[in-house]
Design a protein around this ligand. Structure first.
Ligand code: FE2
Ligand code: FE2
Length: 144
């Protein structure tokens, strides 16, 4: 049974865009974790796995919220770009985190305007994680 839609179509679409990105990076980082032949070795490899799992949890959290609001969560990831060299991998990851930060600020703003406090709060929590990821990848990029 489909529920009542509680927010605008635009906000639901933004949430689905967020889910597609979370699924993408979840797989992307996990496959990078597997293919990593790093100068920094084990520590980075483990961190990639940890971040991949965090992204999957984000996907779940957002999908749950979207479904509650009356939308149907997408199963389609955005294009997954693993990269061949370490530099390619991390350059792509920095970009993806930047895009996530930009999108999540937009979602927080829109959710607040629609008086959807819970969605705004959820994305504030997720945004903190993305800023940490961005920080990790940019620092790493300086070393490779
Ligand atoms: Fe995420
Ligand atoms: Fe992230």
């Amino acid at each position: 049974m489909e529920g009542e839609v509680l927010v605008s179509k635009e906000l639901l679409d933004l949430l689905n865009d967020a889910i597609a990105r979370e699924i993408q990076v979840s797989i992307q980082y996990m496959w990078q974790h597997i293919q990593w032949r790093g100068v920094k070795g084990f520590a980075v490899q483990e961190e990639l796995k940890k971040i991949a799992i965090t992204e999957m949890k984000h996907a779940e959290t957002i999908a749950e919220r979207l479904f509650y609001l009356g939308g149907i969560p997408t199963t389609k990831p955005k294009e997954i770009i693993v990269g061949k060299t370490l530099k390619e991998m991390i350059t792509q990851d920095v970009k993806d985190e930047e895009n996530a930060i930009k999108l999540y600020k937009e979602i927080i703003d829109k959710a607040r305007k629609e008086n959807d406090i819970t969605t705004a709060f959820l994305f504030e929590e997720i945004l903190k994680d993305e800023e940490e990821h961005h920080d990790f990848f940019t620092s790493l990029l300086e070393e490779i």
